[in-house]
Design a protein around this ligand. Structure first.
Ligand SMILES: [Mn+2]
Length: 232
């Protein structure tokens, strides 16, 4: 191994041990996103209520650089990237002094739109996926279909108003926004559990893993659009 290669490897290893996940690794991966075969898209969504910029890499390595102004949402998006095997850079500034609603919903839209753009013609993808995710005492499920039709069904039985610094009801709005942006069916449900933190975390992990399956390519059907309608 040459000295240069060695140094590069060492730098990568050092940055990983120093601050796992919260480095500029996702940003670097995004820059390299133009690599042939890597499905990725940048986004820059500016409204009077929210400004959301970043990059979403479908074929990523679970790296992230997320700043939303809501720490609990950062936590959810970070594990979304890690469990989905995506790379996600996302920096959001929203009118949190009004309410968290605009920010959370618009982040869902931005990620959904980026994923849709990154998938391109969607030929050869599984299209649908589901996952059943245990989170200690909680069991959560998610099912997604990248059908071209937006619909979200979120069945959480949260009894608290806030989880960490996130308004709990906005989990619905995140998935609603994603379904709209990605033109996808998204169903999530908590089957049972006690901790509200685990309810939301279980749902985000299940969602990430269901989406990972839906986005994955089936080599046998590489040239096939996964719809008998001929349109997605
Ligand atoms: Mn947690």
């Amino acid at each position: 191994m040459s000295k240069t290669r060695n140094d590069a490897v060492r730098r990568t290893a050092a940055s990983r041990t120093k601050k796992p996940g919260r480095t500029t690794a996702a940003t670097k991966a995004a820059t390299q996103g133009a690599t042939k075969g890597v499905r990725a898209a940048s986004f820059d969504r500016q409204t009077t209520e929210t400004q959301i910029r970043g990059r979403f890499v479908v074929d990523g390595e679970g790296r992230y650089d997320v700043r939303t102004g809501i720490r609990f949402l950062d936590h959810m998006l970070e594990l979304f990237a890690r469990h989905g095997g995506f790379d996600l850079t996302l920096h959001a500034t929203g009118d949190l002094d009004v309410d968290q609603h605009h920010t959370v919903e618009d982040i869902g839209i931005a990620i959904g739109e980026a994923m849709l753009a990154a998938l391109g013609d969607r030929k050869g993808i599984n299209r649908a996926g589901y996952f059943l995710m245990p989170m200690d005492e909680t069991l959560a499920l998610a099912a997604v279909d990248l059908s071209g039709r937006p619909h979200a069904a979120v069945d959480l039985k949260l009894k608290v108003r806030m989880v960490g610094d996130l308004q709990a009801e906005l989990v619905h709005d995140f998935f609603g926004g994603f379904a709209q942006g990605a033109r996808a069916n998204v169903h999530t449900k908590v089957l049972y559990g006690r901790s509200s933190h685990h309810h939301i975390e279980g749902v985000f992990k299940a969602f990430a893993r269901a989406l990972r399956v839906a986005c994955a390519k089936d080599a046998r059907l590489a040239k096939m659009l996964p719809s008998t309608k001929g349109l997605l």
